[in-house]
Design a protein around this ligand. Structure first.
Ligand code: 6PG
Length: 232
């Protein structure tokens, strides 16, 4: 994992966007796995300044909350539409998402896994760091899941999203598994935001543990980890 420390959120976003743009110039139709959340928002805005570069890129939604409707303003789908699909002008045929509350979670996970097995591996995967060191919704646990799965969310993850913490039902997540993250050609790992010092420390210890899912990125040969110095 190559770690770079950036002065602030803007410089992190610009650096990250440049990394993506360098890759898309080499492979116009690359398969891009997109995180949501605060960390990549600035990067997507930077990418949008050069949107013609993304005229063939294919986008996959990395994860989703399990109980809120797809159209809810806090769904990952709404985020991806607002920050990725609309500004980069990615049409429906170049986007693969999945439902927030599918009739069969197992069938939805299988459908996504089949897509990844068929079209993958991802060329680029954008990751943010959870306060508890999760990546996507791969939460600290005794074991991690290789494939696309229904994730039991940690309390800190649920609290991160007001729509979930106020919801009537127990929230869950749907998300890409560790195998597909590890097989991605290039991972761009964005560390920014408050309350992540402990998780950052755990990563910097370079000990691989399922209690720190982000630590598995040490096993990947092509990870650009960008750290906003304000998060330290
Ligand atoms: O939101 C997502 O798509 C990811 O599943 C999640 O892992 C996120 O990247 C982290 O929780 C960091 O969130 P912030 O970027 O909002 O700090």
């Amino acid at each position: 994992m190559k770690i770079s420390y950036l002065e602030n959120y803007d410089s992190l976003s610009q650096y990250a966007a440049k990394l993506v743009m360098d890759e898309v110039q080499l492979k116009r139709d690359l398969l891009f796995c997109a995180a949501t959340g605060n960390s990549p928002t600035g990067m997507y805005a930077e990418m949008a300044k050069n949107k013609s570069l993304f005229d063939r890129m294919r986008v996959v939604k990395m994860d989703e909350w399990g109980i809120i409707p797809l159209s809810h303003p806090d769904s990952c789908e709404s985020y991806i539409k607002k920050h990725v699909l609309e500004p980069l002008e990615i049409p429906a045929e170049r986007y693969v998402g999945f439902d927030t509350a599918p009739e069969s979670v197992v069938a939805e996970c299988t459908r996504m896994q089949n897509f990844i097995s068929d079209q993958g591996p991802f060329d680029i995967c954008i990751l943010g760091l959870g306060k508890n060191a999760h990546i996507a919704f791969n939460e600290p646990a005794d074991f991690l899941q290789p494939y696309f799965h229904k994730a039991v969310l940690a309390p800190s993850t649920i609290q991160h999203d007001p729509a979930l913490s106020q919801g009537p039902e127990p929230a869950y997540g749907l998300c890409v598994g560790m195998k597909d993250i590890m097989q991605t050609r290039k991972v761009i790992f964005l560390i920014t935001g408050k309350g992540k010092q402990e998780a950052i420390q755990q990563i910097l210890e370079r000990k691989i543990s399922t209690q720190c899912p982000a630590s598995f990125l040490w096993l990947h040969s092509n990870v650009e980890c960008l750290v906003d110095k304000n998060s330290l």
